[in-house]
Write a protein that binds this ligand. Structure first.
Ligand code: C2O
Ligand code: CU
Ligand code: CU
Length: 464
């Protein structure tokens, strides 16, 4: 790879490395017992260890990222949430197919400082296995709260996890976050131009660490669940000398593994990949390559560099080796849509704009209004939604409650369940979705969270 520093990093003895890495294989996870998954989650504002130093961040249970919640389809989930921040916050269960109302995945709820709320829902028995995540979703504050550390994985173990060749591999969750910190470790607030582009921080962490080390066994497989929990940063992932064997995207498993040299992970997206220890012993880096998310034709300074995210070091020989199966899980294509809609993504400037201070983002000309219902859909119908990006910036569009399938326009169709899909600047993307199981008001928005906060969000009401 031209332009990339291939220097190999080896820190510490092999056994130390192994101890460190394997202890983070399943970070603080609690498996469901008897179908009940219970957690106490507290949003805190305190000094926490991140990237080898201390930072004054927001955190779930004083850790960045928050604890990994694990559940199985059919489980009952109960999360007793306490807001110890000095501002309102809440929880959103990104990607889960659960009700958007009541005390389930209701992003209209707000928990005031010092108050508690118990979130509670059943995961449908038919829920896909996959890598999901949770984060706050208070309109106007989402970018600030997520970029200060509030994010954690929510793993659903389903059909994909029962395939022996998948389940037999050690597994690591990688939560990608970036932080903009001042020299004292206190987060910096973005200026209006940074909010317009979407804030990025120069401290890039994986599971709260800078360039963590993980072991890879020779001839063995390693499964990575990677989540982009950054508020705006895109990660163009590439693993030095190792292809990714992609097995799952946002909403669940693929019909078959796909070999990829590179994977673009936009905010909110997740992938699951298998890595095979097929190269000579040594250390290999997981890179994030440069990506320009603004169609300016000009690479801005910080984005023109490749960033090392993590290092994988060969340690020992696998006891067994195997090939991946040629089939994974069934993904039935959605039937023809009965309704088609267009969503024009725009950016505007409020009247009396001063240096972009009142910059707003719109869908079909309107900025978000919690009291307005933008779209009405019928339960059990299939709809086709086309996003038309009229702006100079990329927008990764996300829909709550029901996953979707990308079917076309400027994008290639993919047989997979997604909940975030990139609509590059000046292009179109067509998705198909089915409104299943749940009624109520739910949201769709750009997952560059500053754009969401600045108005690029709408409400769909699913009615019976
Ligand atoms: Cu991950 Cu509406 O968000
Ligand atoms: Cu979401
Ligand atoms: Cu956007």
């Amino acid at each position: 790879m031209p332009g990339i520093n291939r220097r190999r990093f080896l820190t510490g003895s092999a056994s130390l490395l192994a101890a460190q890495a394997f202890s983070s294989l399943h970070p603080a996870e609690a498996a469901g017992s008897e179908g009940l998954v219970e957690w106490d989650l507290e949003a805190t504002h305190d000094w926490v260890g991140v990237g080898g130093g201390k930072a004054y961040l927001y955190a779930f249970n004083r850790q960045v990222p928050g604890p990994t919640i694990q559940a199985r389809p059919g489980d009952h989930v109960r999360i007793r949430f306490l807001n110890s921040l000095s501002e309102p916050t809440n929880l959103h269960f990104h990607g889960l197919h659960i009700p958007p109302v009541g005390n389930a995945d209701n992003s209209f709820l707000q928990v005031r400082p010092g108050e508690r709320l118990t979130y509670e829902f059943d995961l449908p028995a038919s829920h896909q296995g996959g890598t999901f995540w949770y984060h706050p979703h208070v309109h106007g504050s989402t970018a600030r709260q997520v970029s200060r550390g509030l994010a954690g994985l929510f793993v659903v173990r389903g059909e994909l996890d029962q395939i022996p060749e998948i389940e037999g591999a050690p597994e690591i969750g990688l939560v990608l976050q970036d932080f903009a910190l001042g020299t004292t470790g206190v987060p910096l607030d973005p200026n209006p131009m940074e909010r317009r582009t979407g804030r990025e921080g120069s401290l890039i962490t994986v599971n709260g660490q800078v360039n963590p080390q993980f072991p890879l066994e020779r001839d063995g497989w390693l499964r990575l669940r990677i989540a982009n929990a950054s508020s705006s940063r895109f990660y163009r992932l590439r693993m030095e000398e190792h292809p990714f064997h992609l097995i799952a995207v946002d909403g669940g498993g693929l019909p078959a593994p796909e070999e990829r040299e590179e994977i673009l992970l936009t905010p909110g997206e997740r992938v699951e990949v298998m890595l095979r220890g097929s190269r000579p012993e040594g250390s290999y880096r997981l890179w994030s390559l440069p990506y320009d998310r603004e169609a300016s034709g000009m690479m801005r300074g910080p984005i023109s560099q490749a960033l090392g995210l993590a290092t994988f070091t060969y340690l020992g020989q696998a006891e067994r080796t195997w090939d991946l199966p040629s089939q994974l899980v069934g993904v039935d294509p959605l039937r023809e849509a009965s309704i088609r809609r267009s969503f024009y993504l725009g950016q505007g400037m409020g009247t009396g704009m001063v240096m972009g201070a009142t910059m707003n983002f719109t869908i079909n000309g309107l900025s978000f209004n919690p009291d307005r219902t933008d779209t009405r859909a019928s339960l059990d119908s299939v709809e086709e939604w086309e996003s038309i990006n009229t702006t100079t910036m990329d927008h990764p569009m996300h829909i709550h409650t029901n996953p979707f399938q990308v079917v076309g326009s400027d994008a290639l169709p993919i047989r997979a369940w997604k909940d975030v899909a990139l609509v590059p600047a000046y292009s179109r993307l067509r998705i198909r979705t089915a409104f299943r199981d749940f009624t109520g008001r739910t949201m769709y928005h750009c997952h560059i969270l500053d754009h969401e906060d600045l108005g690029m969000m709408g409400i769909a009401e699913i009615v019976n």
